[in-house]
Design a protein around this ligand. Structure first.
Ligand code: P6P
Length: 305
């Protein structure tokens, strides 16, 4: 089940190992979508991952599916997941992969759309790298449809952002060139931080008085996908002393910011693009605002109380 079409054939010829890693991700997304449809995996397994998050059966199964496909594709040297953060040697050659196998598992039982997030770096090892060094990044949205948004090297060496849709005929390209506009939509995550982060509370009030459209589900991936699908907007996750950073830099923010910036948007940790932040440890978390460039510029001051 590989990437479709003539442009992908050229990409495969120019980047054979990267194409194999991406095919392994597409195969994993297809299997995970099937698992979610079966619906028998949302119960808790009673364990927690090394970050202390309760694990659902679906978290563990999705994690196993991805490691298995990355190992068998032969193009992955090491991989690390939010569920098993120690970098595992997968015996391949070419790339290292970091992933969140199922982001938003806390809303699976409410039957909300959830996602998976993948970052791909050249060479072995992820520690002390930055998001800017990614070779490619992808996220999957498991909603009424299953789709993958992928940022990868394009024809002229620039990054291309495209959307693939899973159909009965396999993966089809449904958007050739995903670009961000400046739509007035906002997705305020970690809203409890507004209780002791006045700048955040004031920013949300300003969005309301300026008649922004609120679109927030509690799932990082579908909330960002809405921004990339509807022509722009802003996802923000500020923090405060009472509501510290929840999103992880390596497994969530860096791959998503790579895709958003490749689509003409911006990201910020309040001071600089999150793609400049080093993975000085694999569990590093960060406040983040990302989306349309102007919206990121006007919101980044409220990221830290
Ligand atoms: P809050 C889901 O558990 C998640 O990690 C992200 O997908 C989402 O953006 C965030 O948590 C939601 O956090 O505090 O707004 O519920």
């Amino acid at each position: 089940m590989s990437m479709p079409g003539a442009d992908h054939e050229r990409f495969r010829a120019e980047h054979p190992l990267l194409a194999r890693a991406i095919d392994a991700i597409l195969a994993s997304v297809r299997e995970t979508a099937e698992l979610l449809r079966q619906g028998d995996s949302s119960g808790q397994v009673g364990s927690v991952n090394s970050f202390g998050d309760k694990q659902l059966k679906i978290d563990v199964k999705a994690d196993e599916i991805i490691f298995s496909n990355l190992r068998s594709c032969g193009a992955v040297v090491t991989a690390s997941s939010e569920e098993r953060p120690d970098e595992l040697d997968l015996g391949g050659q070419g790339f290292s992969v970091a992933f969140d196998p199922l982001d938003g598992s806390s809303i699976v039982d409410a039957n909300f759309a959830v996602g998976a997030i993948f970052g791909i770096w050249r060479g072995a090892g992820l520690l002390h790298k930055t998001g800017a060094e990614q070779a490619a990044a992808a996220y999957a949205v498991y909603g009424p449809r299953t789709s993958v948004v992928l940022a990868r090297p394009g024809r002229d060496g620039k990054l291309k952002v495209e959307e693939l849709m899973l159909t009965e005929q396999g993966w089809l390209v449904c958007r050739e060139d995903v670009r961000l506009g400046e739509k007035k939509v906002f997705a305020p995550a970690n809203l409890r931080a507004a209780a002791d982060n006045k700048a955040y509370a004031d920013f949300v009030s300003a969005c309301i008085s300026e008649k922004y459209t609120l679109r927030y589900t509690g799932g990082f991936v579908p909330d960002v996908h809405h921004i990339l699908t509807k022509g722009g907007g802003l996802f923000l996750n500020p923090t405060s002393s009472g509501a510290p950073a929840k999103l992880r830099l390596l497994y969530e923010c860096a791959p998503i910011a790579f895709i958003v910036e490749a689509a003409g948007g911006a990201s910020s940790n309040g001071a600089e693009s999150v793609l400049k932040m080093k993975f000085d440890h694999l569990d590093r978390r960060t406040a983040i605002t990302l989306g349309s460039r102007e919206e990121v510029a006007r919101s980044k001051h409220c990221l830290r109380a």
